[in-house]
Design a protein around this ligand. Structure first.
Ligand SMILES: Cc1cc2nc3c(=O)[nH]c(=O)nc-3n(C[C@H](O)[C@H](O)[C@H](O)COP(=O)(O)OP(=O)(O)OC[C@H]3O[C@@H](n4cnc5c(N)ncnc54)[C@H](O)[C@@H]3O)c2cc1C
Length: 379
């Protein structure tokens, strides 16, 4: 594998760095988990999109720069190093868009992707249900055929930022007679403000109101909002799940920047020798994750699929994130506990990492069975 960047990639990185230096807000935006922060982050998405920085790896006709995955990884490194705001459009950009590229129609791509790139339409992921999280295929929300579309009813839960988002995508049972649970599911996009949709915020540990559950009562979804063939929803959704865990959700750029901040904090606290090894582990871990991800991206570009290796990444970044934040809080002592500290907020969120995007227990099962070839566990 050639680890050197091409001249074109280096020039792109320099252009991104210069733009970010000139445009990243001088003080942090309010949390995107609040109404005020959500609105501020939408404005930032529009600013990014105006100069085609919001989705650099997408085709130009939808607002991208066609950089490919390596360019995207380089952009992410510059983005997080510049201290730029979190991405409010992430669910759509990292989960729905790759699905539409692979399984959507040209009409869907042309209609859905440009307003996603600008933050005009922010998407929520509506997969989980009260009794269908790890065992997603047991979901019960249903889609029933009607004139020109579907009537959708049921309950979805744990939907990140759904309280303020515009639209959502999720799986629905369209054939209750199908012989296996993951058959007879249909993948749909729907409007969170359509008649029949109730969005109810779920209280989070930090009190921010964006997390929500959704109640759907005979919500009309037109045929044009079905992704792929009806009944094929499982196969279509699973092709996106690897993207979320393995690559797009938590790029190495985030952790390189966080490890750098941690190193700065350690120095600022007088370089205590007691924390030296943990800070060094954080720096080495970020670099290892970066190299592993570049290797996976290179294989992907040569035609391999991301596959079960995504699960390795997911377990790694989620556990890494907790360790990094714990080290920071230990360095800060009492000061770190303050509710206003970025490190304290990051720590609380890092605790959810082993749960969302598929729990780490499930990821370890996937690694055991599909990568190591171990026998199936007892379920
Ligand atoms: C911060 C956060 C954001 C989220 N955002 C979204 C979102 O935007 N959209 C969305 O649809 N969902 C979202 N989720 C939901 C998330 O995907 C689920 O919580 C997750 O898949 C686990 O499902 P569950 O909560 O039903 O737990 P369960 O599936 O009930 O699991 C409970 C425990 O049992 C373990 N377990 C279950 N089955 C097995 C097994 N076979 N082998 C070993 N262990 C097992 C699990 O690993 C876990 O530790 C979010 C969750 C969090 C915490």
């Amino acid at each position: 594998m050639d680890l050197a960047f091409t001249e074109e990639e280096k020039a792109f990185r320099a252009e991104a760095r210069a733009w970010l230096t000139a445009h990243v807000p001088g003080s942090p935006l309010p949390s995107l988990e609040t109404a005020e922060g959500f609105a501020a982050h939408r404005t930032w998405e529009a600013e990014l999109a105006a100069e085609r920085w919001s989705v650099v790896n997408w085709p130009a006709r939808y607002g991208g720069r066609e950089t490919g995955l390596i360019g995207w990884l380089a952009f992410e490194e510059e983005y997080w190093a510049a201290g730029a705001p979190g991405r409010v459009g992430q669910n759509g950009i990292s989960l729905l868009a790759p699905t539409l590229f692979d399984h959507g129609t040209e009409e869907q791509r042309a209609r859905v992707l440009p307003p996603m790139a600008t933050g005009e339409v922010v998407w929520a992921q509506a997969w989980s249900e009260p009794e269908a999280g790890s065992d997603l295929a047991s979901l019960r929300s249903r889609a029933v055929r009607t004139d020109g579309g579907w009537r959708v009813s049921g309950q979805k839960t744990w939907s990140s930022r759904a309280a303020f988002a515009d639209r959502a995508f999720g799986l629905f049972r369209s054939d209750p007679e199908a012989s296996k649970p993951h058959q007879g599911l249909t993948y749909l996009m729907f409007d969170l403000r359509a008649p029949g949709v109730t969005v109810r915020p779920i209280g989070r540990l930090d009190g921010k109101p964006a997390f929500a559950e959704l109640f759907l009562d005979e919500v009309f979804v037109p045929d044009r909002d079905v992704i792929g063939e009806p009944g094929e929803g499982w196969r279509i959704a699973m092709s996106a799940a690897g993207n979320e865990r393995g690559l797009m959700l938590r790029s190495p750029g985030r952790f390189l920047a966080a490890a750098d901040r941690l190193r700065g904090l350690w120095r600022q606290q007088g370089s205590p020798p007691s924390a030296h090894d943990r800070v060094a582990d954080a720096v080495i871990g970020a670099r290892a994750y970066q190299l592993f991800t570049y290797a996976a991206a290179s294989r992907f570009l040569e035609g391999a699929s991301l596959g079960p290796e995504s699960s390795l990444n997911k377990v790694f970044w989620s556990e890494y994130d907790i360790a990094l934040h714990e080290t920071a809080l230990d360095l800060l002592g009492d000061e770190g506990e303050s509710a206003d500290s970025d490190w304290a907020e990051g720590y609380v969120f890092s605790l959810a990492g082993p749960i969302y995007a598929g729990t780490n227990e499930i990821q370890r099962d996937i690694v055991a069975e599909r990568l190591l070839g171990l026998p199936k566990g007892r379920r």
